[in-house]
Design a binder for this molecule. Structure first.
Ligand code: ZN
Length: 235
């Protein structure tokens, strides 16, 4: 490496220091350490203690271009300074993570490092495997390969179900696994998640488009969908 290029290339620590000075021009510059860690997702952490700025970054970004590290530095240091990061950096970072190869490596990462925690599909009240086969037969000619099914560890009232493509798993909120909940409501939530498996999420630039027009149309195949939605609202 020539002396010239050594001057031009900033290390991640130098980038963080430069951004820190920019965001907090009056604060004393901290000592900076950055570690790349094997997380199961794209999370990064930052903390400042006694003049020491410690940052842990997902190893997926190890070797990312300097402009991406710079964007992440803006996001993390702004968080530390309790102010929203400038939009341009947020978007730059998001766009990088949203790139096809990036999405792929993040998905592989979740598969290999993250553990999916769920409860047995045979719940107290409803058996998800049996319900799946019934819906599969009714709406998909029995052709849909059965994903991993299970009840969530924590009962959530807001997320009643979700499909996780990296684990190929459908999880329903254990909040639904109660005698007061009509079978129709559970069937509808499961059917909705099965449609997510049938129509994978489309990525359009920065936006994730989850419920496409095609998806919404397919959802209406469920004859009692209006009734099911009403029941869920009432719950
Ligand atoms: Zn959905």
């Amino acid at each position: 490496m020539s002396l010239e290029s050594a001057v031009l290339i900033e290390t991640p620590e130098q980038i963080f220091l430069r951004v820190y000075r920019q965001i907090r021009p009056h604060a004393k510059p901290p000592r900076i350490t950055i570690g790349f860690r094997k997380f199961a997702n794209a999370n990064s952490f930052i903390r400042l203690e006694e003049g020491h700025l410690e940052t842990r970054i997902t190893d997926v970004l190890d070797g990312a271009p300097a402009y991406v590290i710079e964007a992440l530095a803006h996001i993390l240091i702004s968080k530390l300074a309790r102010r929203p990061p400038e939009r341009v950096y947020q978007e730059r970072y998001r766009r990088y993570l949203n790139r096809k190869e990036m999405r792929r490596s993040l998905m592989l990462l979740r598969q290999s490092r993250g553990r999916k925690q769920l409860r047995d599909p045979r719940g107290h009240q409803f058996d998800l495997d049996a319900l799946f086969e019934e819906l599969n037969f009714r709406f998909f000619y029995g052709l849909m390969a059965r994903p991993t099914l299970g009840w969530s560890l924590r009962p959530s009232r807001t997320t009643l179900g979700h499909y996780d493509p990296s684990h190929n798993a459908i999880v329903l909120s254990s909040w639904l696994d109660r005698p007061e909940v009509p079978a129709l409501a559970v069937e509808y939530v499961l059917f909705h998640e099965m449609l997510h498996l049938r129509y994978p999420v489309e990525h359009r630039g920065l936006r994730r488009c989850v419920h496409t027009a095609e998806f919404k149309e397919a959802e209406k195949q469920f004859p009692e969908w209006k009734e099911a939605r009403r029941l869920l609202k009432k719950l």
